[in-house]
Each structure stands twice: as structure tokens, then as C-alpha cells.
Write a protein that binds this ligand. Structure first.
Ligand code: AMP
Length: 489
């Protein structure tokens, strides 16, 4: 007979000691190292920076002036993506340019597409012009935009890996008056900001002019090539025009005596350039000819220009209807390379030019165009140094202080009732009146409106003149008209 197994009484679970229970409920202990070492504070990517409120108010002023101006001139705003296909810039800007060759932030996305953070804006605008059939609109199409751009250059003062530009593009017309128009818009912008600038102009002609000129450059540089910097040795073969705006001392020295492109312009390009200069005369823009401005990107042709900080030169003499060579017609600049090292203390604020072949190169119909880009960081630096800051964003003119929960609620609704007429500040989370009035003082507001428990009960408010230290009690319903009267709004 099988023996019956004795039924085992389930053993009583042992009572866990109280301390063990608490330990079980507690979250798992962090490794010792993590407790003792706070997480590393991350910095922005090298060459990229945060723009904080103090600096941002300069940007507000710059963008406001820029936007008002282009809207008044009838330009339309456009926004294009920050990420584009790499091919856009390879085809549009040129594979041998430093920009495409060395400076783009490119990666393959998860779908295997080769994309880039945009290093410049014009190629994407031309892409959008083609994509959206803008050739069917009345020509030229005039566009403007602000935006961030990305170039992996050597970071230095005024040169970042993420920077911002304000740009204008006029697409669909080859008339030389449009070259003068865009230059005049850029100059009007600096005039509005009361910043003295100089614009240096040049013509790099068409492909034919440049082919002849490049031959001459080769003849000039070939015997001296050992004296060039390493980059320019390569440029002599791959991108010869860029020899002229190299900032290395030995290359700048060599450039003296180099042939000038304006001596190689064909009849049509010379005629175009002379007309641009004549139109500039018409708008009283004082310009300087600089035969060594070439711009770094392959798409430029004919008119090119750069804008630098500095005192405006004397109004140029009228351009002569002859070839614009050194010393003729207008004041000649000393030889000035492009870029921030151009001359002691000068800031390269922006530049532009014609790009008559770009739309076609990107698959559109032959469509001439002209535009400019200005660097917002550099303009902000120049504006700050100039101290000409009228038109900065409005700052608070009154402060609402409150004491007690009922007053806090009233202060919140008063704030909403006032802000459209007067910029207002408050520190609603604060409890003490002293702390609030200290903030009001720091903000340098003229008046503080104070609401305490008594004022809530009495349906009144105190208006305190922060300069004179005098205060008066007013009927709560009259506080808004009273404060507006005092501020003259
Ligand atoms: P570009 O598109 O190279 O013709 O540049 C036009 C303007 O943008 C320059 O004159 C600068 O004011 C500004 N800019 C260009 N590159 C940078 C950069 N890396 N950092 C800051 N500003 C820049």
C-alpha cells in the first residue's frame, strides 16, 4: 500500500525585519560613482553659440529694420528647409569651392539620403523657384529671408559654425538696374540703422571673360607658385579666382600686380557693369571699385559686391562710359581682400552679386538673378559697438506689485488688461513687497501699481512714482486710465 505522504503544512512566511521591508520599497541604490560625481555639463557644439536675451534685443532691432525695409520695397518672404540634399550644393555652389569641399555638415539619414545642413541660402531659393513654378509669376520674383546657416570653418571671432543671414534674391530678370536695386536695399538698411558702411563692387564677367582672365592669372602665378600658401597651390589649378581673396600674408603680397578681371570683360559684361555703376550714381550710393572681389562660390557672374563697416567714402565721381579700370571714374579702394581680415578693424558685413546661371544649373530654364546676404552676428557686433540703439524692443514701463492671494489674482487680471497699451512687468510668484519693488527698481520702470489686502477690500490701488518715491491711492476702476495718462499713452 502506498504510503500516504503527510500533508505539509505551508510554512508561515517569515516576517521580514522592518528595515528589510523599507529597503525593498526603496529604489535600487544608485552606484556609488554616480552619487559622488554630478553629470558632466555639456557645452554647445564647437563654433556654435546661444543668443541670450541681452544680445537678442540687438537682433530684434536688426530684423525689424530689415523686414520693414524689404516689405516696403515689395519683396515677399520665403522660408526653405534647413536640411537639403547634398546634391543641391554640389551642383549649385560648386564641388571645388571650400564651402562644399570642406565646410558642409553632411550625413546619410536613416533612409540612406545624403543630406546637408544648408551652408548658404541662394541654391535652395533657386530650387524653390523651380519647384513652385515661380517662372509663371510676374518677373522678377523678389524674395527675402532670415535663417541659420552652417559651415564647418575654423571658429574665430565673428566666424561661427552656425551663423545667421538676412538675404534678398531677385530672380527672373537680367537688367543691370536690379543689381543697383539690391545694393541700394542693403545700403538703405545700414542707413536705417545709422551704421556707416562701404560697398565695394566688381564685375567677374561671364564664363568667357573668366576663361581669358584665368589664363592670365595662371601666367602671372605659375612662375611664383612656390611662394603661394598650400591652399592656393591647389587653387591655382582648381579654383584660380580664389587666389585673389586668400587672406594669407604671402598670397596678399603676391596679388599686388596680378592682372585685374575688369581688363578682361567682354563688351556685353563691360556694358552691364557700367550701367550698374551709373544706376548706383543715380541713387547717390558712394561705392568703391575693388577689382579683387571675386566671391567664393561658383555661381556668381558679372556684378559682385561686398559691404564692410567703415566711414562712407566721398561720393564717387560719375562713372565714365569706358572700361572701369583702376583710377578711372570712381575712387579706387586699396587692394582689399574679402573677409574679416580685409583691413584693420573692418568687419565684412555681407556681400552678393549676380548668379545668372544657377537656376538653369539646377534644372530650371535659363533665369538670371541677383541677390545679397548679410551676416546678422557681425551686424549685431557693429551695432553694439556703435551704440546707436534707438528702436530696441520695448521694455516694461510699469510694474504691478501685489500682497496676498486675492491681490495676486487682481494683479494677474490687471496685467492682462494693461499689456496691450503699456509694456508691463510683474513678479506674481513673489510674496514680499520689498522683493517686488527691488525688481521694479532694477527694471527702471517709472511707476509701480501696488495692490495689497486693504486695496482689495477698498477697491483701490496705489500708484507709486518710482523716481520721486511718492505714491497715491486711486480708485481701482480708474487705475488704467490714470496710469495711461501719466505715461502719455
Ligand atoms: P557669404 O555667404 O560667405 O557671402 O557671407 C555673407 C556674410 O555672412 C559675410 O560677410 C558675413 O557677414 C556672414 N558670414 C559668413 N560666414 C560666416 C560665419 N562663418 N560666421 C559668421 N558670419 C558669417
Amino acid at each position: 500500500m502506498p504510503q500516504k505522504k503527510p500533508i505539509k503544512k505551508p510554512s508561515k512566511p517569515k516576517k521580514a525585519p522592518v528595515r528589510a521591508k523599507a529597503a525593498a520599497l526603496a529604489p535600487p541604490a544608485a552606484p556609488l560613482a554616480a552619487v559622488s560625481k554630478p553629470p558632466e555639463v555639456l557645452q554647445p557644439v564647437k563654433g556654435m553659440r546661444d543668443i541670450l536675451p541681452g544680445e537678442e534685443s540687438l537682433w530684434y532691432l536688426i530684423k525689424k529694420k530689415a523686414e520693414e525695409l524689404v516689405r516696403a520695397f515689395g519683396y515677399g518672404a520665403i522660408e526653405t528647409p534647413i536640411l537639403e540634399h547634398k546634391a543641391l550644393f554640389v551642383r549649385g555652389v560648386g564641388e571645388t569651392t571650400d564651402l562644399v569641399h570642406k565646410e558642409m555638415y553632411c550625413f546619410k539619414d536613416q533612409g540612406g539620403d545624403e543630406v546637408c545642413l544648408r551652408p548658404e541660402g541662394t541654391a535652395a531659393i533657386c530650387r524653390a523657384y523651380i519647384n513652385h513654378g515661380m517662372l509663371n509669376l510676374p518677373q522678377p520674383v523678389k524674395l527675402w529671408y532670415f535663417g541659420p546657416f552652417f559651415r564647418r570653418e575654423k571658429p574665430q571671432s565673428g566666424r561661427y559654425r552656425q551663423f545667421h543671414q538676412w538675404s534678398v534674391e531677385v530672380i527672373g530678370d537680367a537688367h543691370p538696374v536690379l543689381d543697383a536695386e539690391v545694393i541700394s536695399v542693403a545700403m538703405a538698411f545700414f542707413h536705417e540703422l545709422e551704421l556707416p558702411v562701404v560697398v565695394e563692387v566688381n564685375s567677374i564677367g561671364c564664363q568667357q571673360c573668366r576663361n581669358a582672365y584665368k589664363e592670365e592669372l595662371l601666367k602671372f602665378y605659375h612662375p611664383k607658385q612656390e611662394l603661394l600658401c598650400e591652399t592656393c597651390k591647389v587653387r591655382l589649378q582648381a579654383n584660380r579666382l580664389r587666389l585673389l581673396d586668400c587672406k594669407e600674408a604671402q598670397c596678399e603680397l603676391l596679388k599686388e600686380g596680378a592682372p585685374q578681371i575688369t581688363d578682361f570683360l567682354c563688351e556685353a559684361c563691360r556694358e552691364h557693369f557700367m550701367r550698374v555703376l551709373e544706376y548706383l550714381e543715380e541713387t547717390s550710393i558712394a561705392y568703391t571699385l575693388n577689382p579683387y572681389i571675386v566671391r567664393g562660390l561658383d555661381y556668381y557672374n558679372r556684378t559682385v559686391f561686398e559691404i564692410f563697416s567703415g566711414a562712407e567714402p566721398q561720393k564717387a565721381a560719375p562713372a565714365q562710359p569706358a572700361a572701369p579700370t583702376q583710377g578711372e571714374g570712381v575712387e579706387m579702394a586699396p587692394e582689399q581682400p574679402e573677409g574679416e581680415k580685409a583691413a584693420a578693424g573692418r568687419i565684412a558685413l555681407g556681400g552678393g552679386g549676380r548668379y545668372d546661371g544657377l537656376v538653369e544649373q539646377l534644372g530650371g530654364r535659363p533665369t538670371p538673378a541677383v541677390g545679397f546676404s548679410l551676416g546678422l552676428e557681425r551686424i549685431a557686433t557693429y551695432l553694439k559697438a556703435s551704440g546707436k540703439l534707438s528702436g530696441m524692443p520695448p521694455t516694461a514701463r510699469i510694474f504691478i506689485a501685489q500682497l496676498g492671494e486675492a491681490a495676486r489674482r487682481k494683479a494677474l487680471s490687471l496685467w492682462h488688461a494693461l499689456y496691450r497699451d503699456v509694456p508691463v512687468a510683474a513678479a506674481l510668484s513673489k510674496d514680499g513687497l520689498k522683493a517686488q519693488l527691488e525688481i521694479a527698481n532694477r527694471l527702471a520702470v517709472r511707476y509701480a501699481i501696488i495692490i495689497g489686502q486693504k486695496e482689495v477690500l477698498d477697491q483701490t490701488a496705489i500708484i507709486r512714482d518710482m523716481e520721486a518715491g511718492i505714491q497715491e491711492v486711486v480708485d481701482y476702476n480708474k487705475v488704467i486710465p490714470e496710469i495711461k495718462k501719466k505715461l502719455g499713452v
